[in-house]
Design a protein around this ligand. Sequence first.
Ligand SMILES: Cc1ncc(COP(=O)(O)O)c(C=O)c1O
Length: 395
Amino acid sequence: MSDMEFERKLGFQTRAVHKGNAVDKETGAIKRPITMANSYELPYDPTEVNWSSASGNLYTRNGGSNQKYLQEKLASLEGGEDCVVLASGVAALSGLFFALLESGDHVIFSSITYIAVYRLLNELFNNKFKVETTIVDTSDIESVKAAIKPNTKLIHIETPGNPTLSISDIAALAELAHKNNILLSVDNTFASPYNQRPIELGADFTVESLTKYINGHGDAMGGAIIGKTQYLDIIRAQSQVNLGAAISPFNAWLIMRGSVTLPLRMKQHNENAMKIAQWLETQPNVSFVAYPGLKSSKGHHIAQKQMSGFGGVLSFGLNADHDTHNQFVSKLNIITSAVSLGHDESLIVFIGENDERQYLYPNEFHNGFFRMSVGIEDSEDLIDDLSQALKSVGL
Ligand SMILES: Cc1ncc(COP(=O)(O)O)c(C=O)c1O
């Protein structure tokens, strides 16, 4: 059996443990070490070296071994040909857009995305680089079809989308994109490759904020783009080497370690979030719950088709005024008020009725709402915490 055949037979959990790791030849250690040196010894005649090469063993911004090991694992977990790992999820998103888009190109992107995508495409790329942008509800395939122009180069979607958990049909959008000679990129951060693998569904690129589920411990930042080497080499040359978005070897090592338990953590996130979403639905003063695992959720049918679990993030609203939302959060004892998601601990953010992108969200979100990242604690404790906080603000 070839190495490739052997690799294909291995399950997701086995690859999460073993891919990218090997016995260190120098010491015999069974975990590869961190290499923090900035520079590597030059050959006898350094004038032959390409200072801008991204092949590594020159200078850490040109690529390092810990970054390479992590790339090996993530390409395997996402089912892609290649992977490039950068300093943050936003570095990965901007690196992808920078590599693909030229002045005069048109990009369609989801109305529900992480805020930086909105800033990057709708403000920076549009104003500074004259890239045309159209914001579309990508959960509606007909709207995407209608937005396509002869110069459309890229469709960028987020599913589930931050913060409303909107679901877009990856396979249908990949078919539509490719029929029109357009590339499709999917931000998979909310799902993680354990629950959803966009490349296997036909997407050209998967983007991950490694800061979230893949690291999983809330203590290191990173981002990844998975796709074909022909495009990823451009991102390495531009964003990593020349724009300087290289990941620190220490962060790459931390994320490598965190990712070993991704499958176990995701099982618990999926289970806890489903229980909490179902419990919230029974609360009389909860105005709505958005979670793709709920039958009542708009995107449930498509989520069931393309996800094997529904992740740990949900949103919900209260029948309450602005200040009662803040009071409710202040009464929580276990769940922490902080941005980010995919950490081991549960986090909650109040997104107010005055949020600048409220106009892009469905009506039920207009009174303000919470985005909760359900952690891996005991679900009973999390439900008790939410319950006592609701009671203490009279809801
Ligand atoms: C869906 C999504 N993509 C990308 C990012 C950006 O990742 P990072 O904070 O690692 O730059 C975030 C951050 O919250 C996110 O929620």
